[in-house]
Ligand binder design. Structure first.
Ligand SMILES: [Ca+2]
Length: 482
């Protein structure tokens, strides 16, 4: 009888604990430049809801995506693994795109939370597939309690997104449809009292340039100041290898050079709809009476050059491409409107979510960011890798950020090029205008960074997934050559 009493008490306590676990809302945009939000000082841009989230939470000023392209970055966000560990990227697998291994997927934050009793939902561009023995792999629509996700790039036309069709009439443009999906899932979950984890990956502001026409007036005829490193003359000091990918042509092809204001107006219009959707989601949290126990995280899968240094698109390890917005709003913390200046990374997202929900502060390569609620907290000397093995081999690079320093190594030999490296002091030179590699004043730092780089290559050698693309890259990145 006594044992039974203890068992009942234990089970009810467990039940109470489970009820107290916070809800998690993870919102991610696609290709968002950090200079596109009011809370990051973007001139002429209107983002009241995301700025409101920033006011209520903590803004991370040095947050990096360890691979600056959709597929690989999404896999890192979900699992806390670096690209050379998960092997998920466009054009890198046996049959093309690298599929995620089942073992890695089972250790992703949504699956761990699902197993721990969370209600889970996903909507938007999922971005990669999971190995199931087929050539294309599978999307995990049956792994979530609610699914509004889609394969490939998805569409801005809601009616074309199979799992989101029910929203097409009221929200014909996809961005607000994801706000509506989030709103409905939040309201339904709040009724049941079970903790939930909602992940939304907005397609915006990824191309094609199809903003919601509802907001055509918001930036009509507006002009936007260019960043101080805008244009080709501010990229002349970059390594020749960096000009060998499509990012270089896209400065012209995507009209940053000759129609900057028009291009940016449409880009910001795409982001404006995301801001509206964030507002819908925050309203649903408040209306459901769960605002005191619902974390909201907002970030992007990679940045966007928008003409900085004379480049367009993403992929390369420079700031505009690899550094992205990150806002964490946690109502359990009293910290408000604070900024974190330590280096953090997309591999930290899974650890942060698992820490908030289950009290697990590390996960794979990632570390929980909850400790940065105390913004005086630092992780001195932490190395955040910046991996670039997508596209033409000429433009492959491996680099990292450590404290105020960024080191980038470009290994390609051929077409008259030699392996080359770049060093930036991001504290003094946040726009990356001065490559310090040959500066005798930073000779000791250079030796230290080269040693760190060699250690990173060794880590790659020891921990890379057993797939040819990543085994080859190991030899490529060695500073001693093949
Ligand atoms: Ca992307």
């Amino acid at each position: 009888m006594r044992a039974f009493f203890f068992l009942v008490t234990f089970l009810s306590m467990n039940h109470l604990c489970a009820d107290d676990r916070p809800n998690i809302i993870f919102l991610m945009t696609d290709d968002q430049n950090i200079r596109s939000l009011g809370c990051y000082g973007a001139p002429g841009v209107t983002t009241p809801n995301i700025d409101g989230l920033a006011n209520d939470g903590i803004v991370f000023d040095r947050h990096y995506d360890t691979t600056a392209i959709c597929m690989a970055s999404r896999a890192s966000v979900m699992t806390g693994l670096l690209e050379y560990q998960h092997g998920v990227n466009f054009g890198t697998g046996m049959d093309g795109d690298g599929q995620m291994r089942n073992g890695d997927w089972s250790q992703s934050y949504p699956m761990l939370l699902q197993n721990a009793g969370y209600q889970t939902a996903f909507a938007g561009k999922f971005g990669f597939t999971i190995a199931d023995g087929s050539k294309s792999g599978r999307y995990p629509e049956d792994d979530f309690d609610a699914w509004g996700g889609g394969g490939g790039q998805t569409s801005f036309i809601t009616a074309r997104n199979k799992s989101m069709k029910r929203y097409a009439q009221e929200y014909p443009h996809a961005t607000r449809s994801y706000g509506a999906f989030g709103r409905d899932f939040i309201k339904e979950s709040a009724k049941h009292g079970k903790p939930f984890c909602l992940s939304i990956s907005f397609k915006a502001p990824h191309r094609p340039v199809q903003p919601d026409p509802l907001y055509n007036e918001i930036y009509a005829g507006k002009t936007f100041p260019k960043p101080a490193n805008f244009g080709r003359k501010f990229g002349e000091h970059f390594s020749e290898q960096s000009r060998r990918g499509r990012q270089y042509q896209r400065f012209d092809d995507w009209h940053y050079n000759d129609s900057y204001d028009d291009v940016m107006a449409k880009y910001y219009q795409l982001i404006y709809a995301v801001d509206v959707a964030v507002g819908m989601i925050r309203d649903a949290v408040k209306d459901s009476g769960i605002h005191h126990k619902t974390l909201i995280i907002f970030t992007s899968d990679n940045g966007y050059f928008c003409g900085a240094h004379g480049y367009g698109s993403k992929v390369l390890p420079y700031e505009e491409s690899s550094r992205v917005p990150l806002i964490i709003y946690d109502p359990r913390s009293l910290k408000k409107s604070d900024r974190c200046h330590s280096v953090t990374a997309n591999i930290d997202i899974a650890a942060t979510i698992l820490d908030a929900a289950l009290g697990k502060p590390t996960h794979k390569k990632g570390k929980s960011l909850l400790k940065y609620y105390d913004t005086s907290h630092t992780q001195g000397n932490r190395i955040i890798p910046l991996i670039n093995v997508w596209g033409p081999e000429q433009a492959f690079s491996l680099g990292f950020v450590k404290n105020q320093w960024k080191y980038i190594y470009w290994p390609y030999t051929g077409d008259g090029m030699k392996p080359t490296a770049e060093i930036y002091n991001l504290q003094e030179d946040p726009l990356e205008l001065h490559n310090r590699i040959n500066d005798s004043a930073v000779k000791d730092i250079r030796l230290e960074l080269e040693n760190d780089y060699d250690n990173l290559v060794r880590d790659w050698q020891q921990h890379a997934i057993d797939r040819p693309h990543y085994k080859t890259a190991t030899t490529l990145f060695s500073r001693e050559g093949p």
